[in-house]
Structure formats: structure tokens, C-alpha cells
Design a protein around this ligand. Structure first.
Ligand SMILES: Cc1cc2nc3c(=O)[nH]c(=O)nc-3n(C[C@H](O)[C@H](O)[C@H](O)COP(=O)(O)OP(=O)(O)OC[C@H]3O[C@@H](n4cnc5c(N)ncnc54)[C@H](O)[C@@H]3O)c2cc1C
Length: 385
């Protein structure tokens, strides 16, 4: 695709996402076309499709952002297609999906649609569907594994640590995330990041925060029972420490966003030689740093690791049930302030490889704070949330 067409489709997609409810209208037109032409595909998806718009829009944006680095975009699309195997979507369905997406753009723009847009989006939708078909065909492993809940512990009113034993080892790399479906909300797959590295016994641990008004996370935090059977699909994402780069590491995590960082640190703890790692763990109140003690313990036996807790408030809120004397080890060195601002106050960390994990807003704020002090953007990685 030439630079002019690329600029045209990018600007066009921006006009869709900037319009109030634009992404939702586009994606609902996409599913409208897809299910009208292929009614049997509807059964493969969950009844509630409200989160699909955001996910699909994020995926299209990622592809558009990486048109000049097609290998990266292709890898992402192949992973996405492997992930969709859990719904029963196969390579043959991607041609239909590509055509439905092009029709959705036509429907969205109505009379403003023109030949250059048709050609630009046709090229993109063909690239997307071809890459996804390659991804779906390339993976002959199981689309998902079954795992039994063996532990469920609420560490905060709205946050639970869930431990599972899968029927077979799930082949993920520390730092990746996996789609998960729970019996209380069948077929409603959500991404969760394992908080420990994969092991041969199939043990896996997730840290889940309840999102108010959410479908799945409140069910996980409040209703999960030992013995529940979960489905866990193939891994996605590429957060990792690049050992070849020769760069030390800066990790910044908030809330359950610490999970993929924690998994990598535990995995690194099993090796003899590691780059130096500074790990900033943030939260609003001290009690939000629910795992700081474990990370502090890890740093005590691994001199390459420095853990820095950061809280916005000095004390816990009045409703937190434990007395201040219960402060975990590791908190004596905590810094007070906004996580991104605190990390950036130490400088640009330009000689590091940087991973940021947390909510979309936290990632964006932290990324912006670092770039403002001169951090090169290319050294920063985060998951598409
Ligand atoms: C790569 C990746 C890794 C993730 N890892 C974890 C993890 O390890 N632990 C974990 O607890 N969650 C994780 N999440 C978030 C998780 O996948 C769900 O999005 C989240 O649990 C909400 O699901 P839900 O069904 O309860 O809410 P939904 O029913 O999907 O959404 C309900 C409403 O809440 C909003 N919403 C959705 N997610 C959030 C959020 N995170 N913060 C604020 N508002 C939100 C939606 O916009 C919607 O309006 C991860 C997400 C991604 C993309």
C-alpha cells in the first residue's frame, strides 16, 4: 500500500473513532453484514457483544499504526486468529469477515464513500483477512484448555487471586496474557495475565479486579468456587525482556497490571544471570499494593531487582479494615505521588527497555510522562488494552 492510501485510510478511521459512538456503529454494521451473510456464525459468539466494538476498533487501529512495520502487524493478526479458534472460527471464515468489514465501512460512510476509500480499505481488509487465515491455519494445537479452580482468595474487597490447575501445561511465556471463560459467564472470554510463569504441573494464577458494572470480573471476584472449571485459550501478547539488547529493564505496574511483570520476574528469578530491573509498583492507597511484600521478598534474594512502591495517598482509606501496623514489608521505602510522574522524576531511563502494565489510562499517562522527559518511544512496550 502506498503512503497516500495509508494516510487516507488512517485519516478515515480517525473520523470514525472520533465521531460520537462511531466505533460502535461501524462494528455493529460489521456484525450485521457478517451475520446476515453467514447466519451460522452468530452461534459462535456470546449473546452480549458490547465489548467487541472496542476490541475490534483497537485491533484495526493497531494494524493501521503498523502498516510500515507489516511483520509486527501480521504477527498480531496471526495471534488474534489463533485466539479466535476458541469461538470455533476457522481460516475459511476470515474471507467473509474481510468482506463484511469493507461493507461496514461503506454502510458507515453512506454517500461520502468514494473510490479511493474503497480501494484503500479493500487492500487493508484483504491484508487483515489473509493474515488471520494464515494464523488460524498455522496452529494445530487445542483452541483451549480446561482448568480447575484450586484456590480463590480475596485480597481486597474488589480483588481476588485465583489459582487453577489445568488439565495439561498451557504453553504461555511469562508476560503474555490468555483469554479465559468462566462457568458463571459462558462464552464471555476475557483476557487475563497469568501472574506466575508456566510450569510443567499446569498451575496457573490470575489476579482479578472487579470492574463495576462488568459482566465477568464481578462474577470471578464474588462467585468463583474451588472446583469450578475454567477454559483458558492460547496465549497472546509479547511483553518480554529482550536479553539480546544489553539494556537494563524498567517495569512499571499498577493494580492487577503487575501480573505479567510479576510472572517475568519470577521466571527471571529461576535464572543465574539477569539484567538489572527497577520495578515501580503503583496504586492509589497503600493497601492497593496488595502484592508488594512478595515482590519485596523476591528482591531480597535477587540483587538485580529493585522494587519501588509508589502510592498517591499516604494512608489507607477509612474503610480499609486493617490497622496501619499491618503495613507489609517493602512499604517503608514507598514514594508518594502519581506513578508516571514519580518514575519520570528520575529522568528519561533512556538506556532501559521499559514495560508499562495497568489500565489503559495508567499506561497512557505514564507513557506521556516519560516521553515528556525525553524517553524514546520505541523503548516502551505495553499490551493493547
Ligand atoms: C491484555 C489484557 C490483559 C488483561 N489482564 C487482566 C488481569 O490480569 N486482571 C484483570 O483483572 N483484568 C485484566 N484485563 C481486563 C479484563 O480482560 C476485563 O476487561 C475486565 O476484567 C472487565 O471485564 P468485565 O467483563 O467485568 O467488564 P465488561 O462487561 O467487559 O465491561 C463493562 C464496562 O466496564 C468497562 N471496562 C472494561 N474493562 C475495564 C477496566 N479494566 N477498567 C475500567 N473499566 C473497564 C467497559 O468499557 C464497559 O463499559 C486485561 C485486559 C487486557 C486487554
Amino acid at each position: 500500500m502506498d503512503a497516500r492510501s495509508a494516510a487516507l485510510v488512517r485519516a478515515n478511521f480517525r473520523s470514525v473513532t472520533d465521531a460520537p459512538g462511531g466505533s460502535e456503529r461501524l462494528i455493529s454494521a460489521f456484525y450485521g453484514h457478517l451475520f446476515a451473510d453467514n447466519p451460522r456464525l452468530r452461534e459462535l459468539f456470546p449473546p452480549a457483544m458490547d465489548m467487541q466494538a472496542k476490541r475490534l476498533a483497537t485491533a484495526i487501529q493497531f494494524v493501521l499504526d503498523n502498516l510500515e512495520d507489516w511483520e509486527r502487524a501480521q504477527k498480531f493478526l496471526e495471534q488474534l486468529a489463533r485466539d479466535h479458534r476458541k469461538y470455533g472460527v476457522s481460516a475459511a471464515h476470515y474471507d467473509a469477515a474481510g468482506r463484511a468489514l469493507l461493507s461496514a465501512f461503506r454502510t458507515f460512510h453512506g454517500p461520502n464513500w468514494h473510490r479511493e476509500l474503497e480501494e484503500g480499505w479493500r487492500d487493508i481488509t484483504i491484508l487483515i483477512s489473509a493474515s488471520m487465515a494464515i494464523g488460524a491455519n498455522s496452529d494445530k494445537s487445542k483452541p483451549f484448555w480446561e482448568a480447575t479452580v484450586v484456590g480463590h482468595r480475596k485480597v481486597l474487597e474488589d480483588l481476588a487471586i485465583v489459582r487453577l490447575q489445568s488439565d495439561g501445561p498451557i504453553p504461555y511465556q511469562a508476560g503474555q496474557y490468555v483469554p479465559v471463560a468462566v462457568p458463571q459467564r459462558p462464552k464471555m472470554w476475557r483476557y487475563l495475565s497469568p501472574a506466575i510463569p508456566a510450569n510443567p504441573y499446569g498451575e496457573i494464577e490470575f489476579h482479578v479486579r472487579k470492574v463495576r458494572g462488568g459482566w465477568v470480573s464481578p462474577a470471578i471476584v464474588n462467585e468463583t468456587k474451588v472446583g469450578d472449571r475454567w477454559q483458558v485459550a492460547g496465549p497472546l501478547g509479547g511483553l518480554h525482556v529482550d536479553r539480546e539488547s544489553g539494556r537494563d529493564v524498567l517495569m512499571i505496574g499498577a493494580g492487577t497490571g503487575i501480573a505479567p511483570l510479576r510472572a517475568q520476574l519470577i521466571e527471571m528469578g529461576q535464572r543465574g544471570i539477569n539484567p538489572r530491573v527497577h520495578f515501580f509498583i503503583g496504586g492509589r492507597y497503600p493497601c492497593d499494593l496488595y502484592d508488594v511484600e512478595n515482590m519485596w521478598q523476591l528482591s531480597q534474594s535477587n540483587p538485580w531487582l529493585t522494587v519501588v512502591p509508589v502510592c498517591e495517598e499516604k494512608t489507607n482509606p477509612w474503610w480499609y479494615p486493617h490497622p496501619p501496623a499491618d503495613a507489609p514489608y517493602g512499604m517503608h521505602r514507598r514514594l508518594i505521588g502519581n506513578l508516571g510522574a514519580v518514575v519520570a522524576s528520575f529522568g528519561a531511563w533512556a538506556d532501559r527497555q521499559i514495560q508499562i502494565a495497568g489500565s489503559a489510562r495508567m499506561i497512557e499517562d505514564t507513557r506521556r510522562a516519560l516521553i515528556a522527559v525525553g524517553t524514546p518511544e520505541y523503548i516502551i512496550s505495553s499490551d493493547p488494552v
